[in-house]
Design a protein around this ligand. Structure first.
Ligand code: NDP
Length: 305
């Protein structure tokens, strides 16, 4: 029987586990773990993400504040803001919501976050810890993928894992985390020759591409575990009908758009032995892992671990 890997359930488990750890930080340090989120500009998706992050932090007992400087803020002024957060003792985690406006040097900003407060795990220092197999703050989305696999008893060690995508946020750290779990890992990208053929060697196939339903039946070995990281909104009716089928348009009709991953949902459900649906698979895990990273940062900074 096909196993649907339920991201909402895994998210709830991780959140539950975070609550006593946040309380332990409070007991030990006389303050809760603290998270600062910087949101520049009015990107509607970013605003929704930040609202969800602050809501979840509140539910767990993490002190949180959102800083929304004027969208015209310069790189220099934003750097000053980060330097202040770096030295504020009650702030354990700093998250800069991406994308930043074009006039801001995003690389400079991300580099300025103190590595011990880099709860996104994107700083080269934390990437270096990951690459060299040392403990540290791991990027949230790929770390969430490992959690959902492990909690659903999907074996990783010794299996062939293929990751499509090599971004710093998902693909590269995903490959390193799978390697850390002793998978044999292949990383694919836009220049990979015979992409479907390489993907068919996968026992575990992870798609992090940003192209709606690109991974179709010819990429999936029957019985493989498929993890779909992609989140894409389909707004064209004809495209939605092509992906979901004319008989499955109710969700699209209701909202005028529908989310789809990087894997064709019907092909994935038909061929995979286990898979993460979109929505409700990898998506909910990212915020949960951000909360766990914030607590881990607080535990380290307060000397609890
Ligand atoms: P990027 O655009 O940064 O990276 C995409 C990667 O896919 C690149 O490495 C690119 O290759 C590769 N790629 C693009 N087109 C092809 C192709 N035709 N064949 C093979 N490889 C290709 O995206 P992200 O990694 O940031 O995000 C990937 C997806 O994951 C997106 O849908 C995003 O929305 C989603 N996402 C979901 C999150 C969640 O919480 N669930 C969090 C973060 C992202 P190359 O390097 O050669 O250009």
């Amino acid at each position: 029987m096909t196993q649907i890997l339920d991201g909402n359930r895994t998210r709830d488990q991780i959140k539950e586990e975070c609550i006593p750890r946040a309380q332990a930080v409070y007991k030990h340090a006389r303050r809760p773990p603290g998270l600062a989120v910087i949101l520049v500009g009015t990107n509607p998706a970013s605003q929704v993400y930040v609202r969800n992050k602050t809501k979840t932090a509140g539910e767990i007992g993490i002190y949180n504040e959102t800083l929304s400087p004027d969208p015209s803020i310069t790189t220099e002024d934003l750097l000053r803001l980060i330097r202040i957060l770096n030295i504020r003792n009650e702030i354990d985690g700093i998250l800069v919501q991406l994308p930043l406006p074009d006039h801001i040097d995003a690389q400079k900003i991300l580099l300025a976050v103190a590595p011990e407060k880099d709860v996104d795990g994107f700083h080269p220092y934390n990437m270096g810890l990951l690459a060299t197999g040392r403990p540290g703050l791991r990027p949230c989305t790929p770390a969430g993928v490992i959690e959902i696999l492990k909690r659903n008893h999907i074996p990783i060690a010794g299996r062939n894992a293929v990751v499509i995508g090599r971004s710093t946020i998902v693909g590269k750290p995903m490959a390193l985390l799978l390697l850390e779990e002793n998978a044999t890992v292949t990383v694919c990208h836009s220049k990979t020759a015979d992409l479907p053929g390489v993907c068919r060697t996968a026992d575990i196939l992870v798609a992090a591409i940003g192209r709606p339903a690109m991974v179709t039946a010819d990429f999936i070995r029957p019985g493989a575990v498929v993890v779909d990281v992609g989140i894409n909104a389909i707004t064209e009716r004809a495209r939605a009908e092509q992906i979901f089928g004319p008989g499955n348009m109710a969700a699209f009709e209701k909202r005028g758009s529908q989310l789809v991953g990087d894997v064709h949902p019907g092909d994935m459900a038909r061929l995979a032995s286990a898979y993460t649906p979109v929505p409700g698979g990898v998506g909910p895990l990212t915020i949960a892992m951000l909360m766990r990273n914030t607590i881990e940062a607080a535990e380290r900074r307060t000397g609890l671990c």
